[in-house]
Design a protein around this ligand. Structure first.
Ligand code: HEM
Length: 396
């Protein structure tokens, strides 16, 4: 049966038949290490809602994976996403407050200007890589602005982010692990000067996430390690995921010309279209939870202490939840997909991500309505994160 560490041939290109088989034949799919993959929508929904039985704390899993005390262990076990209360709630409150509607509204004009500048820069090019020239360039600016990272220092952020999140893959080479550890160390020392400077020159805590995190630190909210590791997390969380949202949407609209035509004809569809792309090609394909007690599911007993791999990509195409689940329907409503997970850990950046998707995809189509993908598209080749490393295209 399906193994996360021995993937079927062609899995990255087309995981959907495998996901379907999982949903239908093995809704609890055991792995050699005692963990299990869940793939049905209703099961993921239940898991996300029940934070007593299914916890996010990963110390028991990351200890053996990275080794206690390593930079990757320290980072991933201190970020809010891999913690439960009280740390989770404390950090989340600060972040949710910083991404308030006023802060997001203030960001929108800058985002439009950035997108238009990137679109201008592409004009006249015969072929462009949509990831490098566009989808990858947007989130780094947005998140960089959110934390007030000086523009000329942003260059290494993308590689660090890819290495640190890449280390969450089920199977790692020693090189990937070493790169992940080194990236956490470099990222921390990079943040040191920025944090010290912001302590001396605080920004507006209404809109400046870093100032907000620092001030909660002063009030005894976050320890020094929690402050650093959660800054790294927010920089990473909003980065590759949003790049993949934009890249995957442009690839989907290349493959579905009728859908593209209807979007060009009815631009307001972009709002539901972004969610439909998120559902069909979710940037995060897998999440995890740990059971705190025995759980009965589909005639199986899942023992306490089991690491569960939640297959978002499969749940988002579950026919029990979505009509014609493999079809791109830009006006799909309701569309309660799990691309942003659910429950207490629902993505903090979902409104920002949707805004980035709406502006980036909408304005791209307006400017280059006849774009077509060229040869040489390359997927990132990862299990947890779905997106392109390269997406060459002709613009007209
Ligand atoms: C399309 C883009 C994005 C996708 C698909 C996405 C997806 C997700 C998912 C699935 C989770 C839940 C993980 C879990 O508990 O298992 C999550 C959590 C999170 N995301 Fe996003 N995300 C995106 C963009 C962003 C952005 C732009 C930001 C910040 C600016 C962000 C910040 C966070 C944070 C802070 C959490 C942790 C929430 C918690 O543990 O309470 N994300 N995201």
């Amino acid at each position: 049966m399906f193994s996360l560490t021995d993937l079927p041939e062609g899995f990255h290109q087309n995981p959907w038949p495998t996901y379907r088989a999982l949903r239908e034949d093995a809704p609890v799919c055991w792995q050699a290490d005692g963990s299990a993959v869940l793939s049905r929508y209703a099961d993921l929904d239940r898991v996300y809602r029940d934070t007593e039985t299914f916890i996010s704390d990963k110390k028991a899993v990351f200890g053996p994976k990275y080794g206690q005390g390593t930079p990757l262990y320290e980072h991933h076990t201190t970020s809010l996403v891999f913690n439960d209360n009280p740390l989770h709630g404390r950090v989340r409150k600060v972040m949710v407050g910083a991404l308030n509607p006023r802060a997001l509204a203030q960001m929108e004009p800058g985002l439009v200007a950035l997108v238009d500048r990137l679109l201008d820069d592409m004009a006249g090019e015969l072929e462009v890589d949509l990831i490098e020239a566009y989808a990858g360039a947007i989130p780094i600016e947005v998140i960089g602005n959110l934390l007030g990272i000086p523009r000329d220092l942003r260059e290494p952020l993308r590689d660090w982010s890819l290495a640190i999140l890449g280390a969450l893959e089920p199977q790692l080479t020693p090189q990937q692990e070493a790169r992940g550890n080194q990236s956490v160390t470099e990222f921390k020392s990079f943040l040191r000067d920025i944090i010290e400077d912001r302590r001396l020159n605080p920004g507006d805590p209404e809109t400046d996430v870093l100032t907000r995190l620092i001030q909660s630190d002063v009030e005894g909210g976050l320890s020094e390690a929690e402050l650093y590791q959660n800054c790294i997390f927010i920089l990473n969380a909003g980065h590759e995921t949003t790049t993949n949202l934009i890249g995957n949407a442009l690839a989907l609209l290349d493959a579905n010309r009728m859908a593209r035509a209807s979007l060009l004809e009815t631009p307001r569809l972009i709002v539901t279209a972004v969610d439909e792309c998120l559902r069909l090609e979710s940037p995060n394909q897998f999440g995890n939870r740990l059971t705190t007690q025995d759980v009965e599911l589909h005639g199986e007993t899942i023992p306490a202490g089991t690491d569960l791999h939640l297959c978002i990509g499969a749940a988002n195409r579950d026919p029990e939840q979505f009509e014609a689940p493999d079809e791109l329907r830009l006006d799909r409503r309701p569309n309660k997909h799990l691309a942003f997970a659910g429950g207490a850990h629902t993505c903090v950046g979902l409104t920002l991500a949707r805004m980035e998707g709406r502006i980036a995809v909408g304005r791209f189509l307006e400017r280059y309505p006849d774009y077509a993908l060229a040869h040489g598209a390359k997927l990132g080749g990862r299990v947890r994160f779905r997106g392109y490393a390269r997406l060459p295209a002709y613009l007209s």
